[in-house]
Structure formats: C-alpha cells, structure tokens
Design a protein around this ligand. Structure first.
Ligand SMILES: [Zn+2]
Ligand SMILES: [Zn+2]
Length: 126
C-alpha cells in the first residue's frame, strides 16, 4: 500500500478486505522513513464487526475509520517513534501500552478530528 507497508499487514484481519485510509497511511509511511527502522503493524484497519471482537471500543473505535494503527514497539524504538510522531504534528490520537510483557507492548496512532465522545488531540494509556 506504501513503499514500507503491504496491504496484507494493513487489511482487517477478519478477511473482509478493509484497508486503512491512504492519506493516513502516507503519514505513517513518512514516520517510518523518518525513524529509519522497521516496526511491525499489530493492527490497522478493522471493520465494525472485527473491532467489536477484539477491542473494548465496540463497533465504532478509531480503527473502524481506517485512520488508526497499532505499532508493535517498546523501549528505545517506542520512544523514538513517539518523539517523531509528536514532532510531525499530524497525529491527533496517541495511545501507549508499555507495561507487561515486551512482545505485547504497542503504540497506537490516529489522525481523527475532534468529535463528541472522541476528543482530539488526545493521549491515553492502556
Ligand atoms: Zn473486517
Ligand atoms: Zn489502536
């Protein structure tokens, strides 16, 4: 879908074929090029049905818009990606999960607009 991210790793994991928004992915691609190291995508696009199955946000969480991504990052790389994302200024939602087992740690990024029940800009932890 972009030079560093395949459709396979970005599409909804239920098999429905939903892909993230291409303009959002351009921002993630620029982030990837800027940091200069690869990072795994835990989850990008999710249809309402799949989101309800895997997330506490039910059928209308950030990922259902195609404007959100969870990156499997911890430690120094998580800090570098966070610093870069903040400096870019194009991401409005940042969620941090950096506790528990290292393989389970991730950084959520989205670029959603401010809306009732979904304040942006916003930062949260899991
Ligand atoms: Zn799906
Ligand atoms: Zn997320």
């Amino acid at each position: 879908m972009t030079p560093h991210f395949s459709k396979e790793e970005l599409t909804c994991k239920c098999g429905c074929g939903m892909l993230p928004d291409p303009i959002f992915m351009n921002k993630v691609e620029l982030l990837r090029v800027t940091v200069g190291f690869p990072f795994p995508v835990n989850s990008a696009a999710r249809c309402a049905k799949h989101n309800k199955a895997v997330s506490g946000t039910g059928e209308d969480g950030p990922h259902t818009t195609g404007h959100a991504i969870d990156l499997g990052l911890s430690g120094a790389k998580a800090l570098t990606v966070l610093n870069t994302a903040l400096r870019m200024g194009v991401f409005t939602g940042i969620g941090i999960n950096q506790k528990g087992n290292y393989p389970g740690r991730f950084v959520h990024l989205d670029d959603l607009p401010n809306a009732p029940g979904q304040p942006r800009p916003h930062i949260w932890s899991y």
